[in-house]
Design a protein around this ligand. Structure first.
Ligand code: BZD
Length: 760
């Protein structure tokens, strides 16, 4: 079958259709084109289980991957209709918080593109990550009903149902699917489970809801508020619901493909994305037991099938659940977990590596490490810190399990789709091959001295800044000046990522201007970040950024040199506008704390220069582009780790010792800020910095100021700046998620590539 034109999917001329009718016609066209190309098949299949898949809007992405974008755009244009208007009306599935969820989405794209039989397994949340808006200069949250159109969405209901038993009651579930189109290839699927008894009427005002009736609220929200026990318990219910459905599906499918379950590892690879899906291990062992497989063999099968990815070294983020929670949610798992605990206890006494600790808490990562065959970190430095410090006792036990898989991003979404002008310029300069083999971007290095090319890069950046400015005006009514330097920090709001350090820089710059020291060029600081609803200090940081923005904007002189903007409801869609417009990419986490970072890769690919600490994947970026093409500052991870170990960090000594720092910190709770802000919040933030500053912003303040001054000075020489940008683009190839996925497959999954053509 040849895919027809869009007009064959409507019963009236395209010009007469409503936008919704056109959107639905596009859904059908994409679905048919995807089916026509077929799904990647093979004896062994990857199941990437994750509580998050931050897939973003799919219309343009799917059209590009299917090679239909230009023809559809032209067909619509010929009838006076605009594809971008339809792109605008699509609701973004924000089924994730940040990097971990977006990584899962990039990985599915790469698996599909590379011909690997692979599916994502997760939950069909009715509401994705909350919508953020600002009122009284503070973050407010409301539900994100991304499924407003019901049937008219990418989510396809299947006729597959499962039963999940919780302590005291059962629920039934339905499997939904979203196609994951590969670039010029076949597809995979994102398979999401919903509980049949879900009831959106239990949602009250904002994002609060009745936490008691699990049968109704189970799949309503991505990560319900876990600031209290009811919220935490619900999270365990969600996790078990996800893995029980997933494990049942996997066993059914593998048997259908010919597995006798003893040989499950020849049919399935399960990648556990952080600890949220950890219970898949005991659940798999339990189900294998139901199929008559003895415990010891079931453990060994589960180990051969499962692999675990760690995304954090923040001890507080490693999940532990009180055993009685699991007992309440899934009592059938308790005998299994007890036996796993005993297996570990019998072979090793070290309390650090036990499954259940002396307080009766179950350590999810410990289950993953003992009972899977691979443990990977997500950047070289991160994996090294896991091996040498955070998980050192495990590394001693199982050195062979540990491996690194430096993260990557899909270049389809993060260049071809979001920055078509840049993609066009690259193709014009080095041809098309880079779209399939990102390392070919290095061919750009031969053009470093091509003044015409550097000039075009500069023009594209300017165009993207104007485009972003127009988007921001429409999005939240804020005006930004494309002549200013766009200095961008966009990522989850977390103290370790240190938006507060950037805030201190902005405060210092404002004070400098007030003192008559005027910068050469205006800087527009753009922050995009959501704070977890119960994370008070993170919300205080957002509040302080917005308040400072107001103070600066109200000052007739300072506003000519500085603008501080907090972008409302930062999500994938906003990122696609923002990243191509950035001049400077702020990657300023405390060294040793950012596992990898992935926005650093997106900014680099889009020609922004990194201002960053030697943390996560920044280290690898620095190695690749060389010293002259990146701006680094701050203490290194060894110094930071040693300082934590000594436990002698005293923020006050830095505050007392640096007048600029003292002034900036005092300003945060001074009269000007209090005129626009909330005293309690600004006071709390200041006290947190002075009394604790757990992520050590103060020791890096001085070198941050110095390096940032250098960056802002260097932008003035656009020729040399764009040359650096070109080197960054050329070296970004390593960070293609295609490379990452090839490494996962080579070292961990061992899937066959589906190179056949045709249908399912
Ligand atoms: O995972 C992030 C890390 O912080 C980044 O350094 C890394 O690049 C990416 C991908 O590997 N982690 C998260 O995004 N984590 C979460 O969003 C999260 C969600 C729920 C609970 C704990 C953490």
């Amino acid at each position: 079958m040849k895919i027809a034109t869009l007009s064959s999917y409507t019963d009236k001329p395209l010009a007469d259709c409503t936008d919704l009718e056109l959107f639905n016609a596009l859904l059908s066209l994409v679905a048919d084109a995807t089916r026509e190309r077929g799904y990647n098949q093979g004896k062994k299949r990857l199941y990437y289980i994750s509580a998050e898949f931050l897939i973003g809007k799919l219309l343009s992405n799917n059209l590009i991957n299917l090679g239909l974008y230009d023809s559809v755009r032209d067909e619509l244009a010929a009838c006076g209709r605009d594809l971008s208007a339809l792109e605008e009306m699509e609701l973004e599935p924000s089924l994730g918080n940040g990097g971990l969820g977006r990584l899962a989405a990039c990985f599915l794209d790469s698996c599909a593109t590379l011909g690997l039989p692979a599916d994502g397994i997760g939950l069909a949340y009715h509401c994705g990550l909350f919508r953020q808006n600002f009122a009284d200069n503070r973050q407010c949250e409301s539900p994100d009903y991304w499924l407003r159109w019901g049937q008219d969405s990418w989510l396809r209901r299947t006729s597959r149902h499962f039963r999940v038993s919780f302590g005291g009651f059962d629920v039934t579930s339905t499997l939904y699917e979203i196609d994951v189109t590969g670039y010029e290839g076949k597809s995979g699927k994102l398979r999401l489970f919903d509980v049949d008894s879900a009831d959106e009427r239990v949602i009250h005002s904002g994002i609060s809801f009745d936490k008691d009736d699990v049968t109704k609220n189970l799949t309503l929200f991505l990560y319900p508020d876990d600031s209290d026990d009811a919220g935490r318990l619900l999270r365990v219910y969600q996790e078990y619901f996800m893995v029980s459905n997933g494990a049942q599906l996997i066993l059914d499918e593998c048997q259908a493909r010919g597995s006798n379950l003893h040989d499950l590892a020849d049919y399935a690879a399960i990648q556990i994305n952080d600890t949220h899906p950890t219970m898949v291990i005991p659940e798999l062992i339990r189900l294998l037991g139901e199929h008559g497989i003895a415990f010891d063999e079931a453990v060994s099968i589960a180990r051969d099938v499962c692999a675990y990815t760690n995304h954090t070294i923040l001890a507080e983020a490693l999940e532990t659940w009180p055993k009685h929670f699991i007992e309440q949610v899934a009592p059938q798992l308790i005998p299994i977990i007890d036996q796993l605990d005993k297996l570990v206890r019998d072979s090793c006494e070290d309390p650090f590596v036990q499954v259940i600790d002396e307080h009766g808490n179950v350590h999810m990562a410990n289950i993953d490490i003992h009972f899977s065959h691979s443990v990977n970190g997500v950047a070289a430095l991160h994996t090294k810190i896991l091996e040498d410090v955070e998980l050192a006792p495990f590394y001693k036990l199982y050195p062979e399990k540990f491996n690194n898989k430096t993260n990557g991003i899909t270049f389809r979404r993060w260049c071809i789709e979001c920055n078509p002008e840049l993609a066009g310029l690259i193709t014009q300069t080095i041809g098309d091959d880079w779209k399939h083999d990102a390392t070919r971007l290095e061919d750009l290095l031969a053009h470093q001295d091509d003044d015409g090319l550097l000039d075009q890069l500069s023009k594209i950046k300017r165009h993207n800044k104007e485009r972003f400015a127009a988007w921001l005006r429409a999005h939240q009514g804020t005006e930004v000046d494309p002549d200013a330097i766009f200095d961008v920090q966009s990522k989850r709001l977390h103290e370790y990522k240190r938006q507060q350090l950037n805030l201190l820089w902005a405060t210092n710059t404002y004070l400098q201007v007030k003192a008559g020291k005027l910068p050469e060029r205006k800087v527009c600081m753009l922050f995009g970040a959501k704070a977890a609803p119960a994370y008070t200090i993170a919300k205080d940081i957002i509040h302080a950024i917005i308040c400072l923005g107001k103070v600066v904007a109200a000052d007739p002189v300072a506003s000519q040199y500085l603008q501080v903007v907090m972008i409302e409801n930062y999500n994938v869609t906003a990122a696609e506008r923002l990243i191509p417009a950035a001049d400077v990419s702020e990657q300023i986490s405390l060294a040793s704390k950012e596992a990898s970072g992935t926005s650093n890769m997106k900014f680099m690919l889009n020609g922004a220069l990194t201002l960053g600490t030697m943390d996560g994947a920044n280290v690898e970026i620095a190695e690749l582009v060389g010293k002259g093409n990146i701006y680094t500052f701050g203490e290194g991870s060894d110094e930071v780790i040693a300082r934590y170990q000594r436990g002698d960090y005293d923020p006050r000594s830095y505050y007392e010792g640096d007048e600029r720092l003292k002034e900036a910190v005092d300003f945060l709770r001074g009269p000007q800020m209090l005129e626009v802000g909330n005293a309690e919040s600004l006071e709390r933030l200041t006290e947190e910095l002075l009394g604790k500053d757990w992520f050590m912003t103060f020791p890096d303040f001085d070198s941050y100021l110095t390096e940032k001054a250098r960056v802002l000075n260097d932008v003035a020489d656009q020729h040399s700046w764009q040359r650096k940008a070109l080197v960054n683009i050329a070296k970004a190839g390593f960070f293609s998620s295609d490379r990452t996925i090839e490494q996962y497959n080579r070292d961990i999954w061992h899937l066959g590539v589906d190179s056949s053509r045709g249908c399912e």
